[in-house]
Design a protein around this ligand. Structure first.
Ligand SMILES: Cc1ncc(COP(=O)(O)O)c(C=O)c1O
Ligand SMILES: N[C@@H](CCCC[NH3+])C(=O)O
Length: 430
């Protein structure tokens, strides 16, 4: 099996950073999310380096939805990242994590009036998703006695090779304004008093393992910029969103490197802006690429059963990692306490949730397993804990952050009391 450089095997045990996963599981319990902070920093530097090699005016906005732990915001803020935020919660976390309001972009196709008021109050730029939202934002800004800088989210009508549920720039997608309507939207923004159109925003989808769609996206955005110049808007930034995929199947996935991504996108961007005589900042909104491979989910085998096939029943299910169930996603699994043992039997690694679809990994060759063994699910840092739930009334597990020799909780495990705490006794049952 090919492991990323922050994972290794020592004395038959899987090691993350400098830490033996068997020790981590004993110390903190299972299930357990474990994140290597250094890996996130390396990922950030690599992506940032690849882009700035072409153009200096780059901003990286971490897509906060990928992993919402406050510690992750702090790590990325310290690297100089801003954030793509989608909710009041993400705004609060980003600001608490040390990001400045000017380094955030408030995205979303269905913002509440409270979201808009929050953006106005905090001075956060807004990616506006419809003319209706534009008018509401103008009103909110007027009431707050302010002017808000905005971009419009463009729907570029681009097909992308990914799971249909996470392609966001299809003509039929709920996100953005069709290219044919976008100029009217900017014209309307120019006519309004409290919104200031300064940017162009787009995001074509997630887990994209090809670079051509990003290059086509940039062409569309350059066309929009050309039209904007005609109506007197010189864009201060062009935000091409996130979406760069990672190789979940390391043996076979051919994932573009950041250098290949930059090599496809930047020449189109640079040629475009040179022709137009403008020098906007280029913004990107990576989520998965920054945090995806930084994290493993450790889960203990409760029992092994051979029936129609052989099941390793573990203590984490789609309550903690929904991607395999929701998108048929593949995550590599490793027998963490037998990492050198030969793979001799096919297992399905199944969780404790009362649903047939609760399968973390289907039909994988693994060493002989028994109750008490430890399984590591790899590449669980993006949309892992972030999409967890308390389904089946299971408290969520803890998250640990590693930095060199250090290991500390960045979120404690929930308890049964945490499940019931928000519940309120209705008066007729008192
Ligand atoms: C607006 C926006 N930006 C960025 C992202 C991050 O995507 P990814 O994690 O694939 O980089 C998303 C999620 O797809 C998004 O909706
Ligand atoms: N949740 C998806 C990615 C969605 C990206 C958000 N727009 C995943 O796990 O792959």
């Amino acid at each position: 099996m090919i492991l990323p450089s922050h994972l290794s095997v020592r004395d038959d045990h899987l090691v993350i950073g400098e830490h033996d996963t068997v020790d981590l599981a004993e110390r903190f319990g299972t299930p357990l999310y474990v994140t290597d902070e250094m890996r996130i920093c390396q990922n950030f530097q690599r992506l940032s380096g690849a882009l700035t090699a072409h153009y200096k005016k780059i901003r990286i906005l971490y897509a906060a939805k990928a992993n919402g732990n406050l510690a992750i915001f702090k790590t990325l803020a310290s690297m100089g990242a801003g954030a793509d935020v989608f909710s009041a919660g993400e705004v609060a976390l980003a600001l608490d994590g040390g990001m400045r309001p000017e380094s955030l972009l408030f995205n979303g196709s269905s913002k509440t009036s409270a979201d808009l008021a929050l953006a106005v109050e905090k001075g956060i730029r807004v990616s506006v998703d419809s003319p209706d939202e534009l008018r509401q934002l103008d009103r909110a800004a007027g009431e707050g006695g302010k002017t808000v800088d905005i971009a419009f989210r463009v729907n570029p009508a681009i097909e992308v090779p990914t799971h249909p549920k996470i392609a966001t720039g299809l003509a039929t997608s709920k996100f953005g304004i069709p290219a044919g309507q976008i100029l009217d939207a900017y014209r309307e923004a120019l006519a309004l008093e409290h919104v200031n159109p300064v940017g162009i925003h787009c995001h074509i989808g997630s887990q994209i393992l090809a670079v051509e769609p990003f290059a086509r996206e940039v062409e569309v955005l350059i066309d929009v910029a050309r039209d904007l110049l005609d109506i007197g808007v010189d864009p201060a930034f062009i935000d091409i969103g996130g979406g760069l995929g990672i190789p979940y199947r390391r043996e076979t996935d051919r994932a573009p490197t950041p250098e290949e991504y930059a090599g496809a996108v930047m020449p189109v961007f640079l040629r475009g802006i040179r022709d137009l005589g403008i020098e906007p900042e280029l913004w990107v909104e990576p989520g998965r690429w920054l945090v995806g491979d930084s994290t493993i989910l450790l889960t203990r085998v409760n029992s092994v059963k051979t029936a129609h096939k052989t099941f390793a029943n573990v203590d984490a299910g789609f309550n903690l990692l929904v991607r395999p169930t929701m998108y048929d996603s593949y995550h590599e699994v490793v027998a963490a306490n037998r990492a050198d043992a030969p793979a001799v039997r096919e297992y399905s690694v199944t969780g404790p949730i009362c649903e047939t679809g609760d399968i973390l990994a289907k039909d994988r060759m693994l060493p002989e397993l028994e109750a008490g063994d430890l399984i590591a699910v790899l590449d669980a840092g993006a949309y892992g804990f972030a999409m967890s739930s308390q389904y089946n009334s299971r408290p969520r597990c803890a998250e640990v952050l590693l930095a060199g020799e250090k290991a500390a909780l960045m979120r404690r495990a929930e308890t049964i009391d945490d499940l019931t705490a928000p519940m309120v006794t209705v008066p007729w049952q008192e």
